[in-house]
Ligand binder design. Structure first.
Ligand code: ATP
Ligand code: MG
Length: 443
C-alpha cells in the first residue's frame, strides 16, 4: 500500500509520548496515540469508517482483518477501536488463546467474554474497565427521562428494559440491571458491584449469582454470543451508538487440534456473520484479526468449514495492487520501505515530544538506519517491523542520554534480530485445551 504524505502533527502530549514509547520498546502495540505514528492504511480505514457508521445507524457487520505475521493487524485493530470510541461506540477487545475461545464447554468462552468486558472502553474511559460507567449512564438516562415525563424511574426503567426480555437471556440481564438500580437507589454498593460483576461475566457459579442477585443464570460458555447481542442493545439504550467487538489472534482457533472443537468455534463465527447479513443483530460490529492460514487453510482454517468458505471467498479480480473492500475480508498489505521511512520520522517526532528542534537524528540518520537494518535482516526490517522499531527507539534513547555522541558511531553497533513467527512452530496437541471437548463428545 503506498503511503500518502503525512502531515506530521506538531504536538505530542507527554502522556501519549510516554505510552507510545514504552509500549513500542516492549514490543507491543500502544493503546493510545496511534495517530502520531500511523502510516499507510488509508483505504482500509475508509472502509472501516463506513462499517462504524453502519453500526451507529443500527446495522451490524463483521470484518476479517487478514495479514502476515507482524504486518500490523493488532495496530490496525487498535487504531479502528480508537476511531470507534471517538464516534461514540463502546468497544471491547481481547486476544483469543487456548483458554479463551468463542465456543467451549469448560469455561473458555466465558473467560473470553470476561476478558472482553475487562477491556470495555469508551471515549471517556479509553483504558478499559468501562462497564460500571456504562450502566451508570443508563441509569442517569432513565432518571432524566423519568423527570421529563413525570413518571417514576422504576416504571421508565421497566419500559426500557422490556425490549431486552424478548432476546435470549434478556430477562435475567434486565433483572441484573434493575438490581444495579436498586443498589444505586438504596446506597447498596455491594449490590451494585455484584450486578456489574455479573454483567462482566465474572460469576462462575449459578448458586453465587442467585444468592447475590436473585437470578438463575450467569454468562456462561453457552450464552457468549447472546450476551454480546444483549450488550449491544443495552449500550445503545445507555446513549452510545453501538458496540464494536475486536477479536485478535484468531489463529488460536486454527491451532485447536480437535476438529470438533474447531468446527464448533467456526459455527459460532458463521452465526455471527449470518446475523449481520440477515439483520438480526443491530448496533453491533465484529473485527476478527488473523494470519492468512487462519482464513484460507482448507484443512484447519475458516475455509475448512464449507459455509464459511463460500461467504468469505475473496474477489478474484482484486489482485496485483487492486483492492475491493466491499467483502468481509480485508487484507492488510505489509508495510513498504517508504511506509517505514515515514514511520521512523514519526517516531523521531514523537520522541522529541513534537519539537522539531529537538530531533536526535537528521534525515540522513533515518536512511542510514534503514540501510543498516537491510544489511542485517533483509526485507524483514520493514515487513515485520516490531524489532526494528524497538532497535530504533533504543538508539534514540542512547543518543538522548549521551549528548554529543555521534549517531554514525552508534549505528554500527545496533543489533537487530529478525522477527520470527512462533505460530509456525509445530502445533502441540496437548496445549490447546481441547481434550475436554472430546470428552464431552464421547459421553
Ligand atoms: N500502520 C502502521 N503505522 C505505524 N506503525 C505500525 C503500523 N502497523 C504496524 N505498526 C507497528 O508495527 C509493529 C507490528 O505491528 P503489529 O504488532 O500490529 O503486527 P501484527 O500483525 O499484529 O503481528 P502478529 O502477527 O505478531 O500479531 C508494531 O510495533 C506496530 O506498532
Ligand atoms: Mg498482533
Amino acid at each position: 500500500m503506498s503511503s500518502e504524505p503525512v502531515t506530521t502533527p506538531t504536538r505530542v502530549r507527554p502522556r501519549e509520548r510516554d505510552a507510545i514509547l514504552q509500549s513500542l520498546r516492549a514490543g507491543v502495540v500502544p493503546r493510545i496515540g496511534h495517530q502520531h505514528i500511523q502510516v499507510g492504511r488509508y483505504t482500509e480505514i475508509r472502509a472501516l469508517l463506513a462499517d462504524i457508521d453502519r453500526v451507529a445507524d443500527g446495522g451490524a457487520g463483521s470484518r476479517f482483518v487478514i495479514g502476515d505475521y507482524g504486518s500490523g493487524k493488532t495496530f490496525f485493530l487498535h487504531l479502528i477501536r480508537s476511531i470507534a470510541m471517538e464516534k461514540r461506540l463502546v468497544t471491547v477487545h481481547a486476544d483469543l488463546s487456548p483458554s479463551r475461545r468463542l465456543h467451549a464447554t469448560s469455561g473458555q468462552a466465558r473467560s473470553l467474554y470476561a476478558e472482553l468486558m475487562r477491556n470495555m472502553a469508551t471515549r471517556a474511559k479509553p483504558d478499559g474497565g468501562a462497564m460500571a460507567s456504562v450502566v451508570e449512564r443508563f441509569v442517569s438516562q432513565v432518571l432524566t427521562q423519568a423527570r421529563d415525563s413525570g413518571q417514576g424511574p422504576q416504571a421508565v426503567m421497566r419500559q426500557r428494559l422490556d425490549s431486552l426480555s424478548e432476546l435470549t437471556g434478556g430477562y435475567d440481564f434486565a433483572d441484573v440491571v434493575q438490581r444495579y438500580w436498586q443498589g444505586h437507589d438504596g446506597g447498596n454498593e455491594q449490590l451494585k458491584n455484584d450486578a456489574v460483576r455479573w454483567l462482566r461475566g465474572e460469576f462462575t457459579s449459578k448458586t453465587d449469582a442467585r444468592q447475590a442477585l436473585g437470578v438463575r443464570t450467569i454468562v456462561d460458555d453457552h450464552s457468549f454470543y447472546d450476551h454480546l447481542k444483549l450488550l449491544s442493545r443495552f449500550v445503545e439504550m445507555a446513549g452510545y451508538d453501538g458496540l464494536l467487538v475486536c477479536l485478535d489472534e484468531m489463529v488460536n482457533l486454527y491451532k485447536l487440534s480437535s476438529t470438533q472443537a474447531r468446527n464448533a468455534n467456526y459455527e459460532q463465527i458463521l452465526r455471527i456473520i449470518n446475523d449481520s447479513m440477515q439483520g438480526s443483530a443491530s448496533h453491533l460490529g465484529f473485527l476478527f484479526a488473523g494470519t492468512p492460514e487462519f482464513l484460507t487453510d482448507t484443512r484447519r482454517g475458516l475455509y475448512s468449514y464449507q459455509a464459511l468458505q463460500s461467504r468469505l471467498t475473496e474477489n478474484t479480480f482484486a489482485r496485483d495492487g487492486l483492492v475491493d473492500h466491499s467483502g468481509p475480508v480485508l487484507r492488510l498489505a505489509n508495510l513498504t520501505p517508504e511506509d517505514f521511512y515515514v514511520l521512523l520520522s514519526n517516531l523521531r517526532h514523537v520522541y522529541s515530544g513534537g519539537d522539531q528542534a529537538a530531533y536526535l537524528l537528521p534525515d540522513d540518520g533515518l536512511h542510514a538506519f534503514m540501510r543498516h537494518c537491510a544489511d542485517r535482516v533483509g526485507d524483514a526490517y520493514f515487513r515485520t517491523p516490531r524489532n526494528t522499531i524497538k532497535a530504533f527507539l533504543d538508539l534514540l534513547a542512547v543518543l538522548e542520554q549521551n549528548p554529543g555522541q555521534d549517531w554514525r558511531v552508534l549505528l554500527g553497533g545496533v543489533a537487530i534480530a529478525a522477527d520470527s513467527n512462533p505460530d509456525l512452530d509445530p502445533i502441540d496437541a496437548d496445549t490447546d485445551g481441547s481434550d475436554d471437548e472430546l470428552a464431552t463428545f464421547r459421553l
